[in-house]
Write a protein of this length. Structure first.
Length: 542
């Protein structure tokens, strides 16, 4: 695993001699080393090492070399110890390097894409929630080790910009990460400080940015339909639209699960609509079928053609047609919609069935065969492509928000409707990177967004952080579709190609209907349907 190793220690009578050798090596090889005014020493290098064996029992550094193959010095690290941690909510492995009184956390995700944003609190360097927010935004960023070292070395400076470590080697430049190194592009960021020192100014600026993005999206000649899911994204869009509405006619719709409380946000949707004085129409979702044929033209093979959320969106469009209007969606249901993008080949199918990161990193999938696991190459990420001229589908799951917007825009063009997302503005992304860190509520711009919506949205929405759980919704839908699924797997193409064992799958499926865990079942079914579709139109699916 390729990752960063950052060694950080306070200089003193003992460490002055200890760290002289690595410091000299770093200077000889052009590795950035800075000594801050607080007389702290930071040394960084980029090497390959086994994160579980950074430091051996005797405290010696083991098993790592420089990218060029030159041996790295073995600094005296007595008193240091290492530990490897995983974060279940995001696919990351963290390496903890400790030496009292300091403790460093360093993280990279398993696909080798750098985590962006670090925050030093007390004696630990924590991975912030901002890393997750930006990683799922419209662009990828590369971490500058030089900027990170500079920031750590200058940590005692009161006004050191925390976002400096995100901007790359050149000030004001952030690099977009793609699966093709030659395809990287640079996203310029204004290098000057915006001068926003008060939280109220930042909140007002965010509101202005949202207004600018929406001002051209409201149609004065038709009703504009606004989804209110009960969460922050859709509620913010509705609130800003109401703030701008003047002569525009607005109406809201919300998805409702009458008996599934874990899925339902309709109470918060109703509170938002009441606060904004919008007429609200409910779309009941519980009886929507899980399995269906796609409603798109044949030349489009959408990312998730069989997902029931597509039907819910279609229902919203049918409702809007009756209102003679346009719709603006915020990517509602995006997490569910894009959690299982179907593959386009058997190798991709095996990869996706193993939940992307290899069979050893996921709960057991008993119906997956040995042949499927052999198709996996854990060292090479899979690039998924649509069978169309636009073959730019992102290869990692973390791009879900971007994919959602692309899908919604294409879906909207088909129905001649307008789709917008308030948080996909590049200008807003640039602005959030320039905000002083101490102005961010809960450590992320979305927290600041919540505060800026005070007075427009009810507290029940502003204070809600949890997401709805759709597990029971899918369980009921699959139970209704049990005969079709049994028939599907009795004549399974995945089984014919040797990827699954249908008997074990059906056994696991019936156990799932009785209440056992089985999160991969739905994806296996979607994969089967998708493989059937592309095999009917192509002789090459390997």
């Amino acid at each position: 695993m390729t990752s960063f190793l950052l060694i950080y220690a306070r200089q003193g009578p003992l460490l002055q001699t200890e760290m002289q050798q690595p410091r000299q090596w770093a200077e000889d090889h052009g590795v950035p080393v800075q000594v801050s005014s607080a007389n702290d020493f930071a040394f960084a290098t980029f090497g390959r090492h086994n994160t579980a064996q950074i430091v051996d029992k005797q405290g010696e550094l083991v098993g790592w070399t420089s990218p060029t193959g030159h041996p790295l010095p073995q600094p005296d690290v007595r008193g240091w110890y290492s530990a490897v941690h995983t974060m279940p909510e995001i696919p990351m492995a963290c390496v903890q390097l400790c030496r009292k009184p300091f403790s460093l956390w360093l993280a990279r995700d398993r696909l080798g894409i750098a985590t962006l944003y670090y925050r030093l609190t007390a004696d630990r360097l924590w991975v912030s929630t901002e890393a997750r927010l930006i990683a799922m935004a419209c662009n990828r960023f590369d971490l500058s080790i030089k900027a990170l070292v500079s920031w750590v070395a200058g940590r005692y400076r009161d006004h050191e910009p925390l976002f400096e470590c995100v901007r790359g080697l050149e000030r004001g430049v952030v690099v977009n990460r793609t699966d093709d190194e030659e395809g990287r592009r640079q996203l310029p960021l204004p290098p000057q400080n915006l001068g926003i020192r008060k939280k109220e100014d930042a909140m007002a600026a965010i509101r202005d940015l949202l207004r600018k993005q929406l001002v051209h999206s409201l149609d004065p000649h038709h009703v504009t339909g606004l989804p209110i899911s009960g969460g922050m994204d859709s509620s913010t869009l509705a609130a800003v639209a109401v703030d701008l509405k003047s002569d525009h006619r607005l109406a809201a719709f919300a998805y409702r699960f009458k008996t599934l409380s874990s899925c339902d946000e309709s109470a918060r949707s109703a509170a938002t609509a009441a606060a904004l004085k919008l007429p609200l129409t409910y779309i009941d979702c519980e009886d929507k079928p899980i399995l269906t044929e796609p409603m798109y033209p044949e030349q489009w093979i959408p990312e998730n053609p069989f997902d029931s959320w597509n039907l819910i969106h279609e229902e919203s469009l049918l409702w809007l047609t009756s209102q003679e209007g346009h719709v603006m969606l915020t990517g509602h249901g995006g997490d569910s919609m894009f959690s299982g993008i179907p593959p386009t080949s058997l190798r991709d199918a095996a990869w996706r069935l193993s939940h992307r990161f290899g069979i050893k990193k996921t709960p057991p999938i008993p119906w997956l065969t040995e042949k499927a696991t052999k198709l996996l190459d854990p060292n090479m990420p899979v690039t998924l492509t649509r069978r169309s001229r636009q073959s730019n589908l992102a290869w990692d799951r973390m791009g879900g928000v971007r994919r959602a917007v692309h899908w919604l825009e294409r879906f909207g063009r088909y129905y001649a409707c307008l789709y917008r997302h308030p948080y996909m503005s590049e200008e807003l992304l640039r602005f959030s990177l320039q905000i002083e860190p101490d102005l961010l509520w809960l450590g992320r711009p979305k927290g600041l967004m919540r505060q800026s919506m005070k007075g427009l949205l009810p507290d029940s929405v502003l204070q809600c952080l949890e997401k709805p759980h759709l597990k029971e919704f899918y369980r009921r839908g699959l139970k209704r579709a049990e005969p079709e699924i049994v028939a599907l797997m009795d004549d399974s193409l995945l089984a014919e190609y040797g990827l699954i064992e249908p008997k074990r799958f059906l056994q696991a499926f019936r156990q799932y209907l009785d209440g056992s865990e089985g999160g991969m079942l739905l994806f296996s079914i979607l994969t089967e349907l998708f493989i059937r579709k592309i095999s009917a139109n192509s002789t090459t699916i390997l």
